[in-house]
Design a protein around this ligand. Structure first.
Ligand code: SF4
Length: 347
């Protein structure tokens, strides 16, 4: 995690703060109703920071309303036109994503002045496609070293303009390249890193690719804010982001369901019960651990730290709390009692 802390609206990233989960709207930014609805859905799913693509001055006009109304810090994503980045800092965006290499010296000076006046950090976002020609040639392509060098060139451009409110991302769709690039950056500077695997694709494959990359970085202590980039509804990005944080132990505020893979010793419909428990606890933000195990021989022992658990048997099932059996009941009754106990716990 970075040493430096940067303020994004009403939250901080870096400097040991909790990892913020980000996403990006994929509605038409100028479509107020659709974008407002999507921002609300993202917030509901637990998104900490949302980004919008700002393509022109008509978008900037509509964005004034989002900035005013949305409780989440909003980030303006600008590709080339520095004047748009300046306008976005001026209307109160919490951060702008803009690469200094895309403007002239005077443009950069104006952007830095606007961002400083509005306490608006700049995220440098480097990806394989945006690499400078000389850096690409030097490293023989979009390697991890090339991505990191390009990012540091942009960092130095901002530092030379006396601007230090910086967040960095270097994205590649290749997991190993991406992880290595972030590791190099983490050693090269103290700025917060926005991590993710870009263009990771669609569906389960994309979730696995993102989880492998983001999980690897977080376990090495690299990353201060994350975005899981998935084709489709951005709400899914937030759900996956939260799950990755939970899986690597950086989010304790959720209901963890421990369940066994089942084997010939399991005599009840464990999977249906797990699915039911998952549905009951999906949006519960409480540090709880519950266990649904296939048999009483191994179950309570293997899930000894669960707040509550059930372990099935041939005709009867046991209910346990912190590894201690509290009741033995016919299986159907035990299942019902277990879901009642869970309902009480998550109230
Ligand atoms: S807990 Fe029991 S049923 Fe589940 S996998 Fe282990 S031995 Fe099999």
């Amino acid at each position: 995690m970075s040493a430096k802390k940067v303020k994004i609206g009403n939250i901080f990233i870096g400097g040991g703060e909790p990892i913020a989960v980000q996403s990006m709207t994929n509605t038409d930014t100028a479509d107020y109703a659709a974008t407002t609805a999507q921002l609300a859905a993202l917030r509901e799913a637990g998104c900490d920071i949302a980004r919008l693509a700002v393509r022109n001055f008509a978008d900037v006009e509509v964005c004034k309303k989002y900035v005013e109304e949305c409780a989440m810090p909003l980030v303006a994503d600008i590709q080339f036109d520095c004047r748009l980045a300046i306008a976005c800092a001026d209307i109160g965006f919490a951060k702008v994503r803009y690469n200094p290499g895309n403007t002239t010296a005077s443009g950069l000076k104006e952007l830095v002045a606007a961002c400083r006046a509005n306490s608006c950090p700049i995220r440098i976002g480097i990806n394989g496609g945006s690499l400078e020609k000389d850096i690409k040639e030097k490293h023989g392509g979009a390697t991890a070293d090339a991505l990191a060098e390009s990012a540091m060139r942009s960092v130095h451009a901002l530092e030379n303009a006396n601007f230090f409110d910086i967040v960095i991302s270097v994205k590649s769709s290749d997991v190993a390249t991406c992880v290595n690039a972030y590791e190099i950056l983490a050693k090269s500077c103290d700025y917060p890193l926005h991590i993710g695997i870009t263009e990771s694709g669609w569906g389960e494959d994309a979730v696995i690719k993102s989880s492998a990359g983001i999980g690897a970085m977080l376990l090495r202590g690299v990353g201060d804010t994350l975005r899981v980039s998935l084709t489709g509804d951005p709400v899914r990005e937030v759900e996956v982001g939260k799950s990755i944080l939970s899986a690597v132990g950086l989010n304790k505020n959720f209901v963890e369901i421990i369940s066994c893979p089942t084997c010939a010793r399991c005599f009840y419909d464990l999977e249906t019960l797990v699915v039911k428990c998952k549905a009951m606890t999906k949006n519960v933000r409480k540090p709880l651990k519950i266990a649904v195990m296939g048999c009483a021989v191994n179950g309570p022992g293997e899930a000894a730290d669960a707040d509550i658990g059930i372990a099935g048997g041939k005709d009867k099932a046991v209910l346990f709390k912190k590894g201690v059996i509290v009741e033995t009941l016919p299986t159907k009754e035990a299942e019902e009692k277990f879901t009642t106990m869970l309902g009480e716990l998550i109230k």
